[in-house]
Design a protein around this ligand. Structure first.
Ligand code: ADP
Length: 396
């Protein structure tokens, strides 16, 4: 069953046509730099890359151009549904849903929680509904997987009215990825689907780690927003919130500008002063760049501390799962984190760890319980599967 998968961001729209039954990706692409003179459509079919300039195109023209490509490939006729990535579902969505006018209103209600992401997600939904009026559309939320967290994990120790009146609580993100790699790890490692304890570490430009008990998220590192938790490419992760007031005061800055710096000028970029890209920092550290070394040291140390913390709600650890650009490719970070967590019983298999790069996954420890494994994430496939499962009954 072919599904059109759409992930609409503020200046880009990623798309793919995926057969949900076998995972085959017929086409994948991105309309990017939307709203600028450099806007373009880039797509890949059978490993071959194509590009088309779309000067000045916004979301509407970008998505129309993507659908033109689908037409040229003869894919439009065979589509069974459209699956949308939606970032913030608040506490309203516990799983994926068929999009109705009421769902759109609820996603709009979540805009204060996801002010950067939900508006472009809604634009994608509106355009796709216009382009494919006959198809059912499905929303797959980043937050939904974490709705199983207990109150002690999601409630901040702040005035309770902030939760009751303003929905201030921990939501967590990257849910589609954590859910996908957890299920894959259970399959790969032949764990009991009803009795397993995992920590999944999605490490990319944005990073989060989740404690997964028997297929359900019981705690995660990101919070109300994706700023909380692990050190990331440009995000600080968890820091003393009093830093905001302090820097605002001593530098005469608007607190919101300080918050912006915690989101965009911190993390690997802030510490190294060089780059948010781990590959660049690994090379610089090798060449003796002190702050690149420090940035990697903090990344590894704080990541190991967070992973160990997530074992608390699990009570035991069967497997640590690495994914995301860093998790799937950096044998350095994986190796050092596993060594740091040796007290949990993890022992590194250095050869296997070195082999897991650029799409190669598998076990990277010699220990069998707990073990660590690299799993390539595929959020688009999970969106396609959820969409297929929801639209199939409506097609007969
Ligand atoms: P996003 O969160 O934007 O989707 P990715 O999941 O693509 O990001 O992860 C990007 C990160 O992965 C970057 O920091 C990049 O340097 C890192 N990365 C990719 N390949 C390698 C590699 N071979 N070695 C180390 N880091 C890598």
């Amino acid at each position: 069953m072919n599904i059109f998968v759409l992930n609409c961001g503020s200046s880009s729209a990623k798309f793919a046509v995926i057969d949900a039954d076998n995972g085959r990706e017929h086409v994948s692409g991105i309309a990017q730099r939307l709203g600028s003179a450099e806007a373009s459509l880039d797509w890949k079919v059978d490993g071959t890359k194509h590009t088309r300039a779309l000067p000045g195109a916004g979301h509407d023209a970008g998505l129309r151009a993507a659908v033109d490509v689908l037409d040229e490939l003869g894919l439009t006729g065979g589509l069974a549904g459209v699956g949308h990535r939606v970032v913030h579902g608040g506490s309203r969505f516990l799983g994926s849903v068929i999009i109705t006018p009421a769902v759109v209103r609820q996603v709009e209600d979540c805009i204060p929680l996801g002010p950067l992401h939900n508006p472009p997600n809604l634009i994608g939904i509106a355009i796709a509904q216009e382009l494919f009026p006959a198809l059912q559309q499905v929303a797959v939320f980043d937050t939904a997987f974490h709705q199983t967290m207990p109150a002690r994990a999601y409630t901040y120790p702040v005035p309770h009215s902030w939760l009751e009146d303003d929905e201030v609580r921990r939501y967590g993100f990257h849910g589609t990825s954590h859910r996908f790699v957890a299920a894959e790890a259970v399959r790969l490692l032949e764990l009991d689907p009803h009795d397993h304890a995992l920590v999944t570490a999605h490490l990319g430009n944005g990073s989060s780690a989740t404690a997964v008990l028997n297929g359900r998220s019981v705690d995660t590192t990101m919070g109300l927003t994706p700023l909380e938790g692990l050190m990331m490419g440009t995000r600080s992760g968890s820091v003393d919130p009093a830093i905001i007031g302090h820097i605002a005061r001593v530098r005469g800055m608007d607190p919101l500008a300080v918050l912006d710096a915690l989101n965009k000028q911190s993390g690997l970029l802030g510490v190294s002063g060089l780059s948010n890209d781990l590959r660049t920092l690994e090379e610089a550290a090798e060449d003796g760049h002190e702050r690149a070394r420090l940035a990697i040291d903090i990344l590894v140390y704080t990541l190991a501390k967070s992973i160990a913390g997530l074992v608390v709600p699990l009570g035991r650890l069967d497997a640590l799962v690495f994914t995301g650009g860093i998790g799937e490719n950096s044998s350095l970070v994986r190796g050092r984190v596993i060594e740091q967590l040796g007290f949990l019983g993890l022992t590194l298999d250095a050869d296997a760890n070195a082999r897991c790069i650029r799409g190669v996954g598998g076990r990277v420890t010699r220990s069998t319980r707990p073990q660590a494994v690299v799993v390539n994430t595929n959020e688009e496939l999970l969106i396609a599967r959820d969409t297929a499962a929801l639209v199939a009954p409506t097609l007969s």
